[in-house]
Design a binder for this molecule. Structure first.
Ligand code: ATP
Ligand code: MG
Length: 389
């Protein structure tokens, strides 16, 4: 969010920020005004306060790149009569069942699913989807409260853990590799596109601490499997009425080679997805998003120079990092291909891997050749270890 704010200032916009803390100095320098609210998650309160604060000022756009607030931003746009996506359009990107209905209406392949609001409704829903199934919140993020269930007994076991979730969705489980489809759009038409593979799939990354999650951007989007995913992605954006801005979609490539829709958001991907696109093309999409959002123009190169591999590490043990093994050797082998290294060094406290995919930092490599990039990234997953005590 800091970087997007910088981007806005760099393309000449005057930025008024809204947040629930004091802005950090690096952000404050790009703001010409700031409203601190008690809680960003209290949507009614945020809207009332922003409305009162902006009275008498001239505003051209209300923008939000953070998933929980995309609806609030659309409501503010409607209130001020500003251009941009309506509440109804944004709901199609936020409510997973509505999203699926709209994507299905366009004739696209997606998992069977049912919305459920009580435990009683779960049973007929899973009868419809079959096992294995996925149960997850209707407007989730970060794979929170998301479970794969292989049979009735497994479903019975996870239901108590979902009691606090008001609305959930039950879905047919899709077996396949998981990819993203990310864009910058002007009027729903992608002006920049990218695909990233998750290794392993996001749910496994989020479920097992021992995993070093790897994300790899795909340099060559002309491969037949990628063409299928991109075609699906473009159709999804049309079906949902995307406007200006960035999108982040997830899809599966099944063993039979079918591209299946999973979900899409009308905001950029988190967990360094934008940075990875920037390293892929040597561009600054934080600034380009800002140009699109304020002037509906995109000026960066779309050339894909590298496959970029980013590996998150999780230390063994609790407390503070006490040592790292394998890193020196990794630098000896791949120094010229490493573009970032934020791995926590000895003395730093561990981060909560459940709370943030950033975990105990990441290392990023890139190479024009897919297999070389993949092998380097895989080496970072297996050969570098962090220890904590
Ligand atoms: N129908 C499905 N079949 C197979 N895997 C699934 C299915 N639905 C979800 N998953 C797995 O669970 C993960 C989280 O689900 P989903 O993306 O819908 O939730 P989310 O919490 O919005 O995710 P995030 O915010 O992390 O992108 C997916 O990335 C995928 O790995
Ligand atoms: Mg997701």
């Amino acid at each position: 969010m800091r970087q997007f704010t910088r981007g806005l200032a760099e393309v000449g916009a005057q930025v008024l920020g809204v947040g629930d803390g004091a802005p950090e100095p690096e952000v404050a320098r790009y703001l010409s005004g700031y409203l601190q609210v008690p809680s960003l998650l209290d949507e009614e309160d945020v809207i009332a306060r922003v409305h009162a604060w902006l009275r008498g000022r001239e505003i051209d756009a209300v923008l939000c790149n953070w998933e929980p607030l995309v609806i609030a931003a659309a409501r503010l746009r409607e209130r001020f009569g500003l251009p941009g996506m309506s509440v109804d359009t944004v709901r199609g990107f936020r409510d997973k069942q509505l999203m699926k209905e709209r994507v299905a209406a366009a004739g696209l392949r997606l998992p069977r699913s049912r919305r459920v609001t009580s435990i009683a409704e779960v049973w007929p829903a899973v009868e419809y989807t079959g096992y294995p199934a996925i149960i997850k919140p209707i407007s989730g993020a970060g794979s929170a409260d998301t479970y794969r269930v292989d049979d009735r007994a497994a479903l019975e076991r996870v239901l108590p853990a979902m009691r606090h979730v008001q609305e959930a969705i039950v879905e047919e489980f899709i077996v396949g590799d998981e990819y993203t489809y990310d864009t910058v759009c002007v009027s729903g038409v992608p002006v920049y596109e990218s695909v990233t593979q998750y290794l392993p799939n996001a749910l496994e990354m989020r479920s097992h601490e021992w995993v070093s999650p790897l994300m790899l951007t795909v340099r060559d989007l002309g491969q037949p499997d990628m063409v299928k995913g991109i075609g699906l992605g473009r159709d999804v954006l049309t079906a949902l009425g995307m406007g200006d801005g960035m999108t982040h979609m997830e899809w599966f490539l099944t063993p039979k080679g079918e591209a299946v829709f999973s979900e899409v958001a009308c905001r950029p991907g988190g967990a360094c997805v934008v940075d990875m696109m920037n390293w892929t093309s040597d561009v600054d999409l934080f600034r380009e998003w800002a140009r699109v959002a304020t002037q509906r123009k995109f000026e960066a190169s779309t050339e894909r120079k590298y496959n970029v591999g980013l590996v998150f590490k999780r230390a063994k043990g609790h407390g503070r990092i006490i040592g790292i093994t394998g890193l020196t050797h990794f630098y000896e082998r791949f120094r010229h291909h490493i573009v970032a290294d934020t791995l926590s060094r000895p003395g730093a406290y561990r981060r909560d891997w459940k709370q943030t995919l950033l975990s105990d930092g990441y290392i990023v490599v890139r190479h024009p050749d897919w297999e070389t990039a993949r092998q380097m990234a895989l080496a970072a997953t297996t050969d570098i270890e962090l220890y904590a005590e």
